[in-house]
Design a protein around this ligand. Structure first.
Ligand code: KG4
Ligand code: ZN
Length: 355
């Protein structure tokens, strides 16, 4: 089955052609990073306008790179949510029109489930139950996946996503946008034991995460030590490198300690670490150490598949289409989509864990 994947939930316009959920024939991504950089973050209105410009050429390029024409495509998978509404609508409307015109099935995909499927390409097939840490600029969750397509949220952030914390701290230090890659680079030359940041405590004892206190702690440290943010072209100081390393260490250990603790409890057969922050080598190394101790494999997507892309959406789409699920033309973008379909009954009323 040849699936055309389309992704436009945030600031990447992406299209990909994937065969049988595991073989990438093409994957094209138009990043809007340069467009949003002067604003220090994604500007939703600019993002949707740019998607509108890029969607058609990106789809055409994906088909060309796969040496296919539209008529060869068997089905379309498109990101339905969560994300920015204007951005999502561009991909969803385009995909619906194309599916209708070609008279082929369409399936709306949860973006977070897409990230789970980003490990489908370059790794052995996932063995279930699995435990998946999805860390991006918009989301930080740990899912227990008892079997394919079943998700239970076992940990989530109470405030900022991990990637958001990287981006905000980078902004504070004058390091530019997006923050993750710059902080990772500076951290390589810094001493992570220089600043000890306190670990967030969750008052109800759930294995949840929190990064806004860490962000405040960094801001306080910057003020108390009179650290000046870098201006354009400044060489990073030792103080900033040490701070970057200490901050990164605090995020990585909070994520991996929680992940490992839940793995001890739930005994999964596979660990998955995906999402933009999964590009981070310190996070990968710490997850590998945990997996070795647990004696189970950990799967990561390659860099290209860690940040937003359409191949992962097509892979998730393959699973749903194979199960006979598809969306009709009434399907629309939904920014409130959550990924949980196991034990939802007992969690009724808790909106944050909604399906
Ligand atoms: O998955 P993604 O492309 O978009 C969302 O769905 O949010 O993730 C983008 C996030 C940004 O916050 C960025 O700073 C972070 O991933 N990121 C990193 C690294 N590369 C990207 N965070 C830490 N270390 C990195 N190397
Ligand atoms: Zn994402």
């Amino acid at each position: 089955m040849l699936i055309l994947g389309i992704e436009s939930s945030c600031d990447e316009t992406a299209a990909a052609v994937v065969r049988d959920g595991r073989e990438i024939l093409s994957s094209v991504i138009a990043s809007q990073i340069d467009l949003h950089r002067p604003w220090g973050g994604v500007v939703p209105e600019l993002a949707s306008r740019e998607h509108l410009e890029k969607i058609e050429p990106i789809v055409i390029e994906a088909l060309e790179k796969a040496h296919l024409i539209l008529k060869d495509i068997d089905a379309i998978a498109v990101t339905q949510g969560p994300g920015l509404i204007g951005s999502l609508l561009v991909g969803v409307c385009y995909a619906k029109a194309l599916a209708w015109g070609l008279d082929i099935p369409l399936v709306g995909i949860n973006h977070i489930e897409g990230h789970v499927y980003s490990v489908a390409f370059e790794n052995s097939p996932v063995e279930y139950p699995a435990l998946a840490l999805i860390v991006s600029g918009g989301h930080t969750n740990i899912f227990y996946v008892p079997s394919e397509g079943q998700y239970k949220v076992v940990s989530r952030t109470r405030d900022d996503a991990a990637g958001e914390a990287f981006d905000k701290v980078a902004k504070m230090l004058g390091l530019g946008y997006p923050g993750g890659p710059v902080i990772e680079k500076l951290a390589l030359e810094g001493d992570s034991s220089k600043v000890r940041f306190p670990r967030a405590k969750i008052s109800d004892g759930r294995p949840d995460l929190s990064f806004s206190g860490l962000k405040t702690a960094v801001s306080r440290y910057v003020k108390e030590n009179n650290i000046q943010p870098l201006a354009n072209g400044d060489a990073p100081t030792r103080e900033i490198k040490d701070l970057a390393a200490s901050f990164q260490q605090a995020v990585v250990s909070a994520l991996v300690d929680t992940f490992e603790k839940l793995a001890d409890e739930l005994q999964p057969k596979t660990l998955i670490v995906a999402g933009g922050v999964a590009c981070n080598r310190a996070l990968r190394q710490a997850a590998e150490v945990a997996a070795n101790r647990l004696d189970i494999p950990v799967y990561f997507p390659s860099k290209h598949l860690s940040t937003d892309n359409a191949a992962m959406i097509a892979a998730a789409g393959y699973f749903h289409l194979k199960n006979g699920e598809h969306s009709d033309l009434a399907m629309t973008a939904d920014i409130t989509l959550r990924l949980q379909n196991v034990d939802v009954e007992q969690l009724k009323g808790k909106a944050r864990y909604r399906l």
